[in-house]
Design a protein around this ligand. Structure first.
Ligand SMILES: [Zn+2]
Length: 82
């Protein structure tokens, strides 16, 4: 099962790994670049995902991790371009 990203309120950090839901919860109201950096750290350090290139986030299986539309309103998966 691949990791997915969901938005949440009242988180202790910008991004929180939830092993029960196999998801990374992302707090609302932070800059996208900060969110991406935190999510990437969780994926790579905590979950052993391969190093991402060009702003793409990757699951530990190598699949691309999609961002919620709310987080990347322009619809791009590589949100750094936004
Ligand atoms: Zn996966």
């Amino acid at each position: 099962m691949c990791i997915h990203i969901s938005m949440a309120d009242n988180l202790p950090n910008i991004a929180v790994w939830d092993p029960d839901e196999v998801s990374i919860r992302v707090a609302r109201g932070f800059r996208l670049s900060d969110v991406l950096r935190e999510v990437r750290d969780i994926l790579m350090i905590d979950l052993g995902a391969p190093a991402s290139r060009g702003g793409l986030l990757q699951c530990f299986c190598g699949m691309r991790v999609e961002l919620p539309h709310e987080l990347a309103p322009c619809g791009l998966l590589t949100a750094e371009v936004c």
